[in-house]
Design a protein around this ligand. Structure first.
Ligand SMILES: *[C@@H]1O[C@H](CO)[C@@H](O)[C@H](O)[C@H]1NC(C)=O
Ligand SMILES: *[C@@H]1O[C@H](CO)[C@@H](O)[C@H](O)[C@H]1NC(C)=O
Ligand SMILES: *[C@@H]1O[C@H](CO)[C@@H](O)[C@H](O)[C@H]1NC(C)=O
Length: 243
């Protein structure tokens, strides 16, 4: 005769039931074809953010190949919306659509030089006042921080609202799925990435970042932009981990 308690404990150990006390650990999505290296078992899930901003590129001339300069994006905390989260979780379809919903439903949360001309941000002063993300029919999504490239081209995620920082470098990439949204300029979705610790002693409480479910962000051809900087709107999920 098995007691109810020992039955429940056995079921929990076997993973049959999710424990109501244990918080849910989200599972990183895959592209369906190429897999990025999975987080090591020692990595602890920390946050999922929506990033909304620009990828910027430079063209030497109209016949050259665009070279990535960096990226600028505001980050919003969608961790509470992850499907299955008690009370606040969205349906999988609504959650997975957040990058597209944000890309087409919100103006770019950056100080743009002249949005009637292009998507270039003001150099040295690209940020607007931090504000939460309000998408129709969804709970308010809290502002989390900023993503940018530092002076030495090192990607930084400064999660000011959480007191966390990730200074990282590209370790691996996977092409976005063929069905990914090509973005406002129709250029395509930037690859999914695994970004690992830069070892520049700039991180705080984070050491691993993934960019997944990208929409937009691929450079325009230099023939279109001519010489100079070209910025392309994008959204994505960033997943953050700590060792
Ligand atoms: C391109 O992005 C970087 C940040 O990643 C930013 O520092 C720089 O000002 C941007 N350049 C232009 C010309 O917009
Ligand atoms: C970095 O990428 C390589 C393969 O591209 C992989 O073998 C390695 O495990 C990755 N590093 C981490 C920390 O996951
Ligand atoms: C790392 O940075 C902290 C503060 O930002 C500093 O106190 C410490 O000395 C640095 N460590 C190394 C090895 O540079």
């Amino acid at each position: 005769m098995v007691s109810a308690k020992s039955f429940l404990l056995a079921a929990l150990a076997a993973g049959t039931y999710a424990s109501p006390c244990k918080s849910l650990t989200p599972t990183l999505p895959g592209t369906g074809t190429t897999s990025l290296p999975a987080p090591a078992p020692t990595e602890l899930f920390r946050r999922i953010a929506i990033g909304h901003g620009i990828q910027n590129y430079s063209c030497e001339s109209s016949t050259s190949t665009p070279v990535q300069l960096g990226a600028l994006a505001a980050l919003y905390d969608v961790t509470p919306l992850y499907p299955g989260t008690p009370r606040t979780g969205l349906s999988k379809a609504a959650f997975d659509a957040l990058p597209i919903t944000t890309l087409y439903g919100q103006s770019i949360p950056l100080n743009l030089v002249d949005p009637t001309v292009n998507y270039n941000a003001v150099v040295g002063n690209p940020w607007v006042a931090p504000a939460d993300l309000v998408l129709g029919g969804l709970p308010t999504i809290k502002f989390l921080g900023h993503h940018f490239f530092e002076i030495d081209n090192t990607p930084m995620f400064d999660l000011t609202a959480a007191g966390l920082k990730a200074s990282v470098a590209r370790n691996d990439s996977a092409a976005a799925p063929a069905t990914a949204d090509k973005g406002i300029l129709g250029t395509g979705a930037v690859p999914w990435l695994q970004l690992t610790e830069s070892n520049k002693n700039r991180s705080n409480g984070l050491n691993l970042v993934y960019r997944v479910v990208t929409a937009g962000g691929v450079a325009q051809s230099c023939l279109t932009t001519g010489a100079g900087v070209g910025s392309v709107p994008y959204t994505t999920f960033y997943w953050f981990y700590a060792a």
